[in-house]
Design a binder for this molecule. Structure first.
Ligand SMILES: Cc1ncc(COP(=O)(O)O)c(C=O)c1O
Length: 385
């Protein structure tokens, strides 16, 4: 089927909630993608921080194949080994409490909001301006962005957004606060690293007022910033984290992971999902987690991130570069959407624009130095167009 036939099918039958680039990808391996004409692309976006270990990592593919051939679904009415082993591995790799599985980042945040409200009935949820926590009603109510919320008003009650400053956050948390929910590095708003001061003030305020500190690590977790979890580099240990995106190695899975204090809040019947922690997705996630917890890989993320940030800063029309590890954005003095489009269509480089002047790069953690050099060369050409 040609691209124009796909576009006709889309315009006739697919709701218009996405603005797609005019490329059809059919194959991927590592940091490379191929379109339907056999053209090769360098992927520095990873399907928005999902394929962190590269496309079709052989160990993830093998885990999926093996599990799919044995058993795919039975529901959470029964025991399955991949989900139990994955919960143990996730808890042991982070907060040492318990895990609730779901199927996406938004659902992981829904679970976190429900958990916090059950732990402190009627309590408010404090969030930070610029945050993105997902598109379902709870997650959307926690996403203080007028353009995303307004068409779907009213939002759920009990959410308060504060500027990303320690004093503003401290002032908003009181005895009626159930949780502070934040991304330690805001992804969708253009890779904004929240200050250590803000995070430690959030922790103190939550401790003082008996609220839960919840980090949304849906985008910044799973090795993206050079440690398995982003909180490890902040000096703050939250009460719970949410994960999704790269957790499934390319398949959809989400998780709410708590520390011991919140581990017993949910009781049978409180929350659930038919597909959550399914055998195939859990098997893929176990492989992805095992591969990502490799200290040499994580060191490489920190080193390559530094190299890429340095290279980006030297490109023309780049005003500034920010981020951590391989979660980077640059502020351009020219149109970022135009550069992203040029990069894709003329240079076969996949990056994306999160705003009119912000270009975001989320390369696979296994990207090589040569591929990063090549990406910088292509980006320079795309900016010059
Ligand atoms: C930080 C963060 N939280 C939540 C979400 C929502 O995840 P999903 O699209 O899997 O529902 C996203 C998606 O971009 C995200 O970046």
């Amino acid at each position: 089927m040609s691209l124009s036939e796909l576009q006709s099918l889309e315009s006739a039958h697919v709701m218009r909630s996405y603005a797609r680039m005019p490329v059809e990808f059919v194959r991927g391996q590592g940091a490379l993608l191929w379109d339907a004409d056999g053209q090769e692309y360098l992927d520095l976006l990873c399907g928005i921080s999902v394929t962190n270990l590269g496309h079709c990592h052989p160990e993830i593919v093998a885990a999926i194949r093996e599990q799919a051939g044995a058993l795919m679904h039975v529901s959470n009415l029964f025991y399955t080994e991949p989900a139990m082993r994955l919960a143990a591995a996730l808890a042991e790799s982070s907060l040492r409490g318990k895990v609730f599985f779901c199927n996406s980042g938004a659902e992981a945040n829904e679970a976190a909001i429900k958990l916090a409200r059950k732990a402190k009935p009627g309590g408010g949820i404090v969030v930070v301006e610029g945050a993105f926590h997902g598109r379902t009603y709870g997650a959307l109510s926690a996403t203080p962005q007028e353009d995303k919320q307004a068409p779907f008003a009213p939002m759920l009650p009990g959410f308060e957004a504060v500027p990303a400053r320690a004093d503003a956050l401290a002032a908003a948390v009181d005895d009626r606060t159930a949780a502070v929910l934040l991304e330690p590095i805001q992804g969708e708003s253009g890779v904004h690293v929240l200050s250590e001061e803000l995070l430690s003030v959030a922790q103190q305020a939550c401790e003082e007022h008996g609220a839960a500190l919840i980090f949304d690590e849906v985008q910044c977790g799973m090795g993206r910033t050079g440690t398995l979890w982003a909180y490890e580099q902040t000096g703050v240990v939250p009460d719970a984290i949410t994960s999704a995106k790269a957790l499934g190695g390319g398949l959809p899975i989400g998780a709410l992971i708590t520390g011991p204090a919140l581990a017993e809040v949910f009781a049978p019947g409180d929350h659930g999902s038919t597909f959550a922690g399914g055998l195939v997705t859990a098997a893929a996630a176990l492989a992805a987690l095992r591969l990502t917890r490799d200290e040499a890989l994580l060191r490489g993320v920190r080193e390559k991130g530094a190299m890429l940030a340095e290279g980006l800063a030297q490109l023309p029309h780049v005003a500034s570069v920010r981020g951590r590890g391989l979660m980077l954005a640059c502020e351009l003095t020219v149109s970022a959407p135009a550069v992203a489009r040029n990069a894709l269509l003329s240079q076969r480089l996949v990056v994306n624009a999160t705003g009119p002047s912000t270009l975001r790069l989320l390369p696979p953690l296994i990207v090589t130095d040569d591929q990063l050099e090549e990406a910088l060369r292509r980006l320079r050409a795309a900016i010059a167009l």
